[in-house]
Design a protein around this ligand. Structure first.
Ligand SMILES: Cc1cc2nc3c(=O)[nH]c(=O)nc-3n(C[C@H](O)[C@H](O)[C@H](O)COP(=O)(O)OP(=O)(O)OC[C@H]3O[C@@H](n4cnc5c(N)ncnc54)[C@H](O)[C@@H]3O)c2cc1C
Length: 438
């Protein structure tokens, strides 16, 4: 029997469990740990609450979670409740699927001012991640600045721009819905160092901005390169740039019908933030593109900024004893192998890029590596105790483990508490989750 511990129950974790189950069947027992009492990682706490169809992928993970020999071990944080060394004693292979939950720091003067957040915190707030549920952003100002030109920036802009009615059918948490409904924001500025051809936005998500009830996207026609240059772009980006061209072509009097403007500020890099305790202004430096890279021109501009959200990427949290690549912000690995017996998948392996599906081959690849290492005899020859040993350790340590059955009770309680038309009202603190699971 092969004993595998997967740390993290997001997409990468469950694709790995699925792969192990398919490749090894009844000869492997897989424990999927998570520090939260609830599974699915960013499917629950990252993917936008108004994109429910995307969250539907969790049904596939549930099938894996319910299959024989796979179990969920929730409310156990590896590195705090149990060490990696202890897990390695118990399991033949330990796979990190811990994602990249920390914001890459916004390294400019003033970043520590109030009402300046990273997207992990802001997204966690509206999605009910227990760590960020109490964030309480101040949305009483007129101008929000979002730094970054990727899909996470789009999510943040769209969530800030939507009316209460537009959240119908979403599972945005109640506290965020109420705060957003009272927001006074009239202007959302999306700031990007480079130009329209360098955005990291996908066309579908970008086009959504053109269909909002009370907000209209603004793109300055002068920022767009000549249309002929679009032909050189890969098809997805070309479509996204076409959406930008449509925004730029919308006549001013049509845009003005909407009270909220979402402005694309290209060729602008953040220089510093200013304010008196709380942010009031962002100072930007205009840039110029040279061979696809942004260079500061020295031309400085001041923009109002009552709220700043930086969407500039994420980092994996290091775990004691596991080699970490500081520059890349993820575990040091070769194709998912950290060392024989220790592996990583998903964002913990590659960094924060790609879609949910991009994590699937990681899971399948790492199971092949585990098999290759087992067959090469480098995983050690002694029989490991696996979950029996972990259960004994958890008992001795008084860990309050949440099982998949407990999670289903939490899920039912969340569904019962849902607002009209909403799939669920999430619990936003760990104790309430654990209580609901009992
Ligand atoms: C805001 C946002 C929106 C997104 N929207 C989309 C979208 O619409 N479509 C799309 O295709 N992709 C989207 N993505 C990308 C997608 O969410 C990721 O590709 C995917 O979640 C990465 O999977 P993962 O398993 O590596 O990490 P995660 O999903 O982050 O899962 C990591 C898990 O590990 C757990 N964990 C961390 N540390 C520990 C520890 N020490 N002990 C135990 N457990 C631990 C965490 O609690 C978490 O459950 C979005 C990402 C973000 C940030």
């Amino acid at each position: 029997m092969r004993h595998i511990a997967i740390i993290g129950s997001g997409p990468a974790g469950y694709y790995t469990a699925e792969a192990a189950q398919k490749a090894l069947g009844g000869t492997a027992k897989v424990d999927v740990f998570d520090s939260l009492p609830v599974p699915y990682g960013l499917i629950r706490t990252g993917v936008a609450p108004d994109h429910q169809s995307i969250k539907g992928v969790s049904r596939r993970y549930e099938k894996v979670a319910l299959s024989e020999n796979v179990r969920f071990v929730g409310n156990v944080k590896v590195g705090r409740d149990v060490t990696v060394a202890e897990l390695q004693e118990l399991y033949d292979a330990v796979v990190f699927a811990t994602g990249a939950p920390r914001d890459r720091p916004l390294d400019i003067p003033g970043a520590e001012l109030g009402n300046v957040f990273g997207s992990a915190a802001f997204v966690g707030w509206y999605n009910g991640h227990p760590e960020f549920a109490a964030l309480n952003p101040d949305l009483s100002g007129k101008t929000a600045v979002i730094i970054g030109m990727g899909n996470v920036a789009l999510d943040c802009a769209r969530i800030l721009a939507k009316s209460r009615e537009e959240f119908a059918g979403s599972d945005i948490v109640g506290h965020a819905l109420e705060t957003l409904a009272g927001a006074q924001i009239e202007r959302i500025i999306l700031l990007g160092r480079r130009g329209p051809h360098q955005i990291m936005m996908t066309p579908k998500e970008l086009s959504e901005l053109g269909h909002l009830a009370r907000a209209a996207p603004h793109v300055a026609p002068g920022d767009l390169p000549g249309e002929a240059e679009d032909a050189l772009l890969e098809p997805g980006l070309r479509k996204a740039v076409t959406a930008l061209r449509q925004f730029a072509a919308t006549p001013e009097h049509i845009r003005a019908e909407k009270p909220l403007a979402i402005e694309f500020a290209f060729f602008s890099q953040p220089h510093s933030l200013e304010g008196d305790g709380q942010v009031q202004e962002i100072i930007i430096e205009r840039t110029r593109l040279e061979e696809g890279r942004a260079h500061g021109t020295g031309e400085i501009e001041h923009l109002p900024a009552d709220l700043v959200i930086s969407c500039i990427g994420y980092r994996t949290v290091p775990i004691s004893g596991v080699p970490f690549d500081e520059r890349e912000g993820r575990f040091t690995n070769s194709e998912g192998r950290i060392s024989p017996g220790l592996y990583c998948v998903g964002w913990a392996r590659r960094g924060p890029s790609g879609t949910i599906g991009t994590n699937r081959p990681d899971g399948y690849g790492v199971v092949e590596l585990i098999e290759a290492d087992a067959n090469a005899g480098v995983l050690g020859s002694e029989a490991k105790q696996g979950r029996v040993g972990f259960d004994a350790l958890a008992k001795a340590r008084g860990l309050d483990v949440v099982t998949f059955r407990d999670w289903k009770k939490i899920e039912e309680a969340e569904e019962r508490a849902a607002r009209d038309g909403s799939p669920r009202e999430k619990f936003v603190d760990i104790e309430a989750m654990v209580r609901a699971g009992r």
